[in-house]
Ligand binder design. Structure first.
Ligand code: AMP
Ligand code: ZN
Length: 113
């Protein structure tokens, strides 16, 4: 059956992606439109539309998303990085499957646009 969610389709292998990491709960792949020398996404395999859809039972899973994100950054030569989750269209979310952006390899400014 066709899953309409882009990131669920990437997890299922229906859409190709440059995978960095996978285990039974988590998938990580390079962003198709990188905004920094290193820019990848870490997602739970469980479909959640965004941080606002989390239940307390998801806290451990999303904590693991963050831990794996920082670990993968280190393994890819990026000690300092920005970890971002956009929550809602006005916040810049365009794909409604919860994802952590991991960006690094350049100096960052604040606030983000
Ligand atoms: P957001 O705007 O926070 O929802 O982030 C969605 C991200 O997904 C953007 O940075 C896009 O560049 C990225 N993206 C969209 N389609 C793909 C794809 N097929 N493979 C990898 N990254 C993608
Ligand atoms: Zn999904």
């Amino acid at each position: 059956m066709n899953n309409p969610c882009l990131f669920c389709r990437i997890i299922n292998g229906e859409i190709p992606a440059e995978k960095l990491y996978e285990d039974e709960e988590i998938f990580a792949f390079r962003d198709i439109s990188p905004q920094a020398p290193t820019h990848f996404l870490v997602i739970p395999k469980k479909h959640l539309s965004g941080p606002g859809a989390m239940a307390s039972e998801d806290e451990t899973l999303i904590g693991k998303v963050v831990r794996i994100g920082a670990q993968l950054a280190r393994e890819n030569g990026v000690e300092q990085c920005r970890l971002v989750m956009n929550n809602g269209a006005e916040a810049g979310q365009t794909v409604f499957h919860l994802h952590l952006h991991v960006l690094g390899g350049r100096a960052m400014s604040w606030p983000p646009g």
